[in-house]
Design a protein around this ligand. Structure first.
Ligand SMILES: Cc1cc2nc3c(=O)[nH]c(=O)nc-3n(C[C@H](O)[C@H](O)[C@H](O)COP(=O)(O)OP(=O)(O)OC[C@H]3O[C@@H](n4cnc5c(N)ncnc54)[C@H](O)[C@@H]3O)c2cc1C
Length: 301
């Protein structure tokens, strides 16, 4: 029997699993390997002030921004993997830059930065396994207090944490897929994330990550409509990138809906609905769920 089974191995479930394992609990992470995981498509911006967040979400976003430098150092040491992170600041422009990134020299950025979410996820999962956590490539089909049912068996769990991103709607939660598509362009990167119009550009290594579309539904892959939007956005908002080669396209389902982090029923917690800011909100979410799990443990003793 696991003390905790976490359902979903995106950034939210993986960071929760790692934190709970650090507290000495027996933790199993179930990951179904769905195409369209949001974390792998994410831009990785840490931009609490760019998207109109308020209330507790803004507090959690600020907590994420503050905690990431230390968390990244900790994960790099625990996993042996490097996680590129920059506290560059974040620019919000009213008009497209005319002369490329040089236009930004005199503009003051707001607090924020960016990291590489794919490397972050790999490091969290490796650190979790290095601590003795278990990862199983299986899909949860049904949950009931004390049990997680897969296609072939049932796993006993004193506590279940549902963190299956956009797929959480399949367990009765008010979460829906909001698909995003983005491009990796071969061009010198800006000094940090830059919002203008309905999209943004930011550095990804020595290249530019340009995004992102936003469409409801489960349509898989990068669609012609999405590609057209991205190319038009690039040409109108960052004309100096017009000739840049497209190295890669990425897509994923953002878990849209109310941010749901807390108890669903006795023995089952949920951590989902992180929408456009799940990377930024992950540290506070993992802290909150860890507090709730430890509280349950203490009251049972
Ligand atoms: C294009 C794009 C750009 C983005 N940019 C940013 C950004 O700049 N900054 C930011 O903070 N956020 C950004 N986001 C949002 C962020 O990526 C998400 O909010 C976050 O990754 C959600 O993490 P998650 O773990 O909840 O979901 P996911 O990463 O989608 O992970 C869910 C996991 O659950 C697994 N799963 C599903 N069902 C089951 C099941 N039944 N059993 C077991 N496993 C299951 C899936 O295989 C998947 O791996 C962006 C998203 C997109 C798409």
């Amino acid at each position: 029997m696991s003390e905790v089974v976490v359902v979903g191995g995106g950034i939210i479930g993986s960071l929760i699993a790692y934190r709970l394992r650090q507290e000495g609990l027996e933790v199993t992470l179930l990951e179904a390997g769905k195409a369209g995981q949001a974390t792998r498509a994410s831009a990785g911006m840490l931009a609490p002030h760019a998207e109109g967040l308020g209330g507790e979400e803004l507090e959690w976003a600020q907590e994420g921004l503050e905690r990431y430098p230390e968390l990244v150092r900790e994960l790099e040491a625990a996993s042996g993997l490097e996680i590129p992170l920059s506290p560059s600041g974040v620019w919000s422009l009213e008009r497209p830059p005319r002369q490329g990134w040089q236009d930004l020299r005199d503009l003051e950025p707001r607090p924020g930065g960016y990291l590489d979410p794919v490397r972050l996820l790999a490091a969290v999962q490796k650190a979790f396994v290095n601590l003795g956590g278990t990862v199983r490539a299986e899909e949860a089909r049904h949950l009931e207090p004390g049990w997680v049912h897969t296609a072939t068996r049932r796993l006993a769990a004193r506590q279940i944490v549902l963190a299956s991103g956009a797929w959480s709607g399949r367990f009765g939660l008010e979460v829906r897929p909001l698909k995003g598509e983005a491009l990796l362009l071969a061009a010198p990167p800006p000094p940090g994330p830059m919002f203008v119009g309905a999209g943004y550009a930011l550095p990804r290594g020595a290249q530019v990550y340009l995004g992102a579309t936003q469409r409801e539904g489960w349509q898989p892959g990068v669609e012609a409509e999405g590609l057209h939007w991205l190319q038009h956005y690039r040409d109108t908002h960052f004309p100096h990138l017009r000739g840049a080669a497209i190295l890669e396209s990425r897509w994923g389902y953002r878990p849209a809906g109310p941010l749901t982090v807390g108890r669903l029923e006795p023995g089952i917690l949920a951590a989902t609905g992180h929408g456009r800011n799940g990377i930024l909100l992950a540290p506070a979410t993992a802290r909150r769920i860890t507090e709730l799990v430890l509280k349950t443990w203490k009251t049972r003793r």
